[in-house]
Design a protein around this ligand. Structure first.
Ligand code: FES
Ligand code: MG
Length: 570
């Protein structure tokens, strides 16, 4: 039986509508036969010069197009909102849901039978996948690839060094001049952050979910094999359309479980939790924050990559990439999950080899036995909080200390270096009102720079707690995503300087030593902060964003609306 393509609801029409749908496309010099039943493939492009990590995507799209043509499809490239992590204020996360709406509506409203998502910088992956899930047509992801490893004075550097250098300059170990030289060598090629930050984590996530061809995650952006992968992905999406291989056929609960286990083995970003929860919510797979702790617990850290380890994404690729790592995890994975190339995940990795055990450790001799992700509960975070133990300090895994509380980010900036601040190495820094509603947008400020007087004493880490996020490139004993967030008036909102807080990683608990009565009496006196936005998108965001433990999506965006549009435009 001949397949009736979705795009034919536009281009296959007779009469007035058909003319309107085809004739204006023909102003691009497209011959009539392209509209007569070829799979039309959208290339959803997050290219932008304001998103430097994705600035090479016009070139990458050309490779995708070659593959689409080669397989008998017709490519149509379209732009969507691009979220650059470094430039967007107050945080790119504020706009993840907005971008996902752009993606969803652009796919559904337009004549395409399949779509290639070009993803790179942190938020560009989850926003595109979330949007595509709510439509659910055949979809493949092509990541832009990591930058080449940075270089400074003969040593390898990457984004995690931004935090180290900042501390070193603050404590006088590094001069401004040296910092300038380091800055010049930090981002020396196209691509996204080269450590296992959020962008790399997201690239590994889509590969382990089965949404890409094998090796998508780690091939450097500047490596010609990235273009080869893009071309092959273009070719493959046309076949996926012919096979009617939709996202929902790949994104099963088992695929999500695989992604969580792989994230533990790579020491992925804590942001992974929020983005994967949001994606699951769109495709309708039940996933809870507790699943992350449960599924990560038995998985040791295999990838020796910064910020949990030493190496960079480039090294991961040369060592065999994600397929080599998946092979080590064979006993833990749901091996029969179908992936974008039509093969099972096991078929894709069974012939993979590891070329460097220093970078990808074997399951028998893991690089670190600590878990890469833990979910905490307690009277400070009734709905959960997350921590990345592999990037934390083992001497702080069990720790009680007095809180030093900052009511908001301005309060922190004003007082952190005050010589009279009552802080020492046993203190616990608490930062409120950096959550989804409270900032708004949940910025990456959770790994607060330590007070000058501690840095000068050579202290590198103390416990820090907030309702915000941390860059995937960050490190330290940093408790994040406290839910409910401070702006909602729960227990976390009423913490005060001097309160005794206990973190117990083994017990997965985070508690303040206050009676229920004391907490309640403080909450009775608590007053909400003024409304931060009365109009526009920010107000929509504040009113509809869910808490971090649910994925911080908008309540009204959960699920999908399918791909059907029955009414014509004229
Ligand atoms: Fe784009 Fe790090 S800034 S990935
Ligand atoms: Mg980031």
């Amino acid at each position: 039986m001949k397949q009736v393509l979705r795009s034919q609801q536009w281009f296959g029409k007779k009469g007035k509508d058909g003319i309107i749908y085809r004739a204006w496309m023909k102003n691009q010099g497209i011959p009539d036969y392209e509209f007569q039943g070829k799979p039309i493939i959208g290339i959803c492009n997050t290219w932008s010069e304001l998103t430097p990590c994705n600035a090479h995507f016009r070139e990458l799209a050309e490779s995708v197009k070659r593959g689409i043509f080669e397989a008998g499809g017709f490519p149509v490239e379209f732009p969507v909102m691009s979220l650059g992590e470094t430039l967007i204020k107050p945080t790119a996360m504020l706009y993840r849901n907005l971008a996902s709406m752009d993606v969803e509506e652009s796919i559904r409203a337009n004549p395409m039978d399949g779509v290639v998502l070009l993803c790179g910088c942190d938020k560009t992956t989850p926003s595109l996948v979330m949007g595509a899930c709510s439509v659910d047509i055949p979809t493949i992801v092509v990541s832009g690839g990591p930058m080449l490893t940075g270089k400074y004075n003969g040593r390898d550097i990457g984004t995690s060094d931004v935090w180290r250098f900042t501390d070193d300059v603050k404590s006088g170990i590094m001069s401004e001049e040296e910092l300038n030289i380091a800055e010049a060598g930090l981002c020396r090629s196209q691509g996204h952050c080269a450590v296992m930050g959020t962008a790399s984590t997201m690239a590994c996530m889509v590969e382990s979910l089965g949404l890409t061809l094998p090796q998508n995650a780690a091939i450097p952006a500047a490596d010609s094999r990235r273009k080869v992968l893009a071309q092959l992905s273009g070719k493959r999406i046309v076949e996926m359309v012919r096979e009617d291989q939709k996202l929902s056929g790949i994104l099963t609960k088992k695929a999500f479980e695989n992604a969580i286990k792989v994230n533990a083995a790579i020491g992925g970003s804590t942001n992974f939790v929020i983005h994967l929860l949001a994606i699951a919510g769109r495709i309708g797979v039940p996933l809870e924050i507790g699943d992350f702790d449960r599924l990560s617990a038995s998985i040791p850290l295999l990838a020796n990559l910064q910020p949990s380890g030493k190496f960079f994404m480039e090294d991961l690729y040369y060592a065999g990439g994600i397929p080599a790592l998946l092979k080590e995890l064979d006993a833990f994975l749901n091996t029969d999950c179908i992936t974008a190339n039509g093969k099972t995940i096991r078929e894709n990795y069974q012939r993979a080899e590891c070329y460097n055990r220093e970078v990808i450790a074997s399951i028998d001799k893991p690089f670190n036995t600590a878990t890469a992700l833990a979910v905490l509960h307690g009277n400070i975070c009734e709905n959960g909080a997350v921590i990345k133990p592999t990037a934390a300090s083992p001497h702080l895994f069990q720790h009680s200390g007095k809180a030093v509380v900052f009511e908001n980010i301005e309060d922190y900036k004003l007082r952190i270096d005050d010589p009279d601040l009552p802080v020492d190495e046993n203190s616990i820094l608490v930062l409120k009102n950096v959550g989804p509603k409270g900032y708004p947008g949940m910025p990456e400020v959770g790994n607060m720079t330590l007070p000058l007087k501690l840095l000068e004493k050579g202290i590198k880490d103390i416990v820090r707690i907030s309702d915000g996020r941390m860059s995937g490139t960050g490190f330290g004993t940093v408790v994040l995503h406290v839910s409910p967030e401070a702006t909602l008036g729960g227990n976390f909102s009423v913490l005060e300087t001097g309160d005794l807080i206990t973190l117990d990683l083994n017990a997965r608990s985070l508690n303040v030593d206050l009676s229920e009565e004391e907490l309640q009496s403080r909450k009775d006196k608590w007053k909400p902060s003024p409304i931060l936005a009365e109009r526009g998108y920010t107000s929509l965001y504040i009113n509809n964003v869910e808490q971090a433990h649910l994925g911080a999506d908008f309540d009204f965006l959960k699920g999908g609306s399918g791909s059907e549009v029955t009414r014509d435009s004229h």
